[in-house]
Design a protein around this ligand. Structure first.
Ligand SMILES: Nc1ncnc2c1ncn2[C@@H]1O[C@H](COP(=O)(O)OP(=O)(O)OP(=O)(O)O)[C@@H](O)[C@H]1O
Ligand SMILES: [Mg+2]
Length: 226
C-alpha cells in the first residue's frame, strides 16, 4: 500500500536533511508506529504521503502509484483515500461535532444522507450523544475522538495520525489508542507518528524508529527502547 523507495528529503531553504534514504514498505491492514525524537522526520514522512511536500530523492508510492507522477487533478482523490489526524485536532470551532463531519463529507463530494453517516461514525467513537456539541464544549479527548471520526467519515483505507495523543492524559490517550486499534481490526491501515514511549510500549505493534532522518530500526513487535 505504501512504499518509500530510498527517499531523502532536504528542505531547501534551511538545507535541513529531514529524511535520509528511507526505504520501507507498509502493507494494507498494518498498524505501524513511526517514532523518534523531535525533529527526527516523522511529520515529514506523513507529509510526503499526502504530497504536501515532494521528496528530494527517491520515490513515494501509494497503491503502486508514484506520487510525483500523480497529476494535480488527481490530488483530491489521493487525499480522500487518506484520513489525517493532527495533534491539535483542527476541528472547526464554529461547527458542532456532527457538522464538522458533514463538512468533511461535503468537501470530498460525498452524496447521500450525510447526517446519517456522521452519526454512524460518531457512534463508533462513542460520541453520538455529543453530536450537537461544539469543540469548545468537549474535553480534549473527546475533541480528538471527533477528529478521528472526521478523518474516518469518508471511509479512507489509510489513516495517518500525527501525535494523536499529544495533549492527552494517559487514560484518555489509551482510549484514543484503543479506538485506532479497533479501526485497524476492521480493516483500516493505521500509521501513527509519535514520540510517546507509553503509547508504543502499551500496545505493541510494528515500530519504525527514525533518528536524524534515518530509519534506524524496524521492529515487528515494537517497544520504544532504542
Ligand atoms: N517546512 C520545513 N522547512 C524547513 N525545515 C523543516 C520543515 N519542516 C520540518 N523541517 C525540519 O525537518 C526536520 C524534521 O522535521 P519533522 O517535522 O519531520 O520532525 P518530527 O519528527 O515530526 O518532529 P516532532 O516530534 O517535533 O514533531 C527538522 O529538523 C525540522 O526542523
Ligand atoms: Mg512532527
Amino acid at each position: 500500500m505504501i512504499r518509500f523507495e530510498n527517499v531523502s528529503k532536504v528542505y531547501p531553504r534551511t538545507h535541513t536533511h529531514a529524511l535520509r534514504t528511507v526505504d520501507v514498505r507498509i502493507r494494507k491492514g498494518e498498524f505501524v508506529y513511526i517514532t523518534g525524537h523531535s525533529g527526527a522526520g516523522k511529520s515529514t514522512l506523513l507529509s510526503l504521503l499526502l504530497r504536501r511536500t515532494a521528496p528530494s530523492e527517491g520515490r513515494v508510492l501509494v497503491n503502486g502509484q508514484d506520487l510525483a507522477r500523480l497529476p494535480e487533478r488527481k490530488l483530491p482523490l489521493l487525499r480522500r483515500a487518506i484520513g489525517m489526524v493532527f495533534q491539535d485536532h483542527r476541528l472547526l470551532a464554529s461547527l458542532s461535532a456532527e457538522e464538522n463531519l458533514t463538512f468533511a463529507l461535503r468537501a470530498t463530494g460525498t452524496r447521500g444522507d450525510l447526517q446519517q453517516r456522521a452519526l454512524q461514525v460518531l457512534r463508533q467513537v462513542g460520541l453520538a450523544h455529543k453530536r450537537k456539541a461544539y469543540p469548545i464544549e468537549l474535553s480534549l479527548g473527546e475533541q480528538q475522538r471527533v477528529a478521528i471520526a472526521r478523518a474516518m467519515v469518508t471511509n479512507p483505507p489509510l489513516l495517518l495520525c500525527d501525535e494523536p495523543t499529544g495533549n492527552l492524559d494517559p487514560d484518555t490517550s489509551w482510549e484514543v489508542l484503543e479506538l485506532l486499534s479497533d479501526l485497524n481490526i476492521r480493516g483500516t491501515t493505521v500509521v501513527i507518528a509519535t514520540h510517546s514511549r507509553e503509547l508504543v510500549d502499551r500496545l505493541r505493534r510494528r515500530t519504525l524508529v527514525l533518528r536524524g532522518g534515518e530509519l534506524v530500526r524496524d521492529d515487528d513487535a515494537g517497544g520504544y527502547a532504542l
